[in-house]
Design a protein around this ligand. Structure first.
Ligand code: HEC
Length: 119
């Protein structure tokens, strides 16, 4: 009986965590998105391309609702619209195509979709 209860409890916990996972809060800019830039982008932005500074404390204001320098018809980040955000279209250079892992791409996409907040 006790064993059966324990099994039931374990099942209840795992169902709960699946539900929680689905309701996970969106990625946070400072904790989840900026570390991707720190690791993979700041060697070129701003060092080689000063029109885009992806360092902490500068990146947000250089991205959100800012026109792309190379494709001014696009905004670098359009809150709520990852498919229209030039940040995710980069890089134009084919050698950089695999710069972001699919997890990193998903993190940035989810952050934009949830409104691209500075949190
Ligand atoms: C090896 C250098 C290099 C790295 C690393 C790099 N980029 Fe770039 N980035 C470029 C080049 C080159 C361009 C195009 C510059 C041009 O055409 O004038 C560019 C352009 C961009 C643009 C378009 C800016 C605009 O306004 O037109 C965005 C957005 C961008 N990069 C984001 C990133 C992100 C995010 C990362 C990290 C995941 C990253 N880049 C890493 C070289 C790099």
């Amino acid at each position: 009986m006790i064993a059966a209860l324990a099994v039931t409890a374990a099942a209840a916990v795992s169902v709960t965590s699946v539900v929680l996972a689905r309701d996970d809060p969106p990625p946070r800019f400072s904790a989840d998105v900026q570390p991707i830039f720190d690791g993979k982008c700041v060697s070129c932005h701003p060092v080689a391309y000063p029109y885009l500074d992806l360092r902490r404390e500068r990146s947000y204001e250089d991205l959100v609702r800012v026109s792309a320098a190379t494709r001014p018809a696009f905004q670098r980040v359009l809150p709520g619209r990852p498919e229209l955000s030039y940040l995710l279209v980069h890089p134009p250079d084919p050698s950089l195509r695999d710069l972001l892992t699919s997890d990193e791409r998903a993190t940035i996409t989810d952050w934009i979709r949830a409104g691209a907040r500075d949190d």
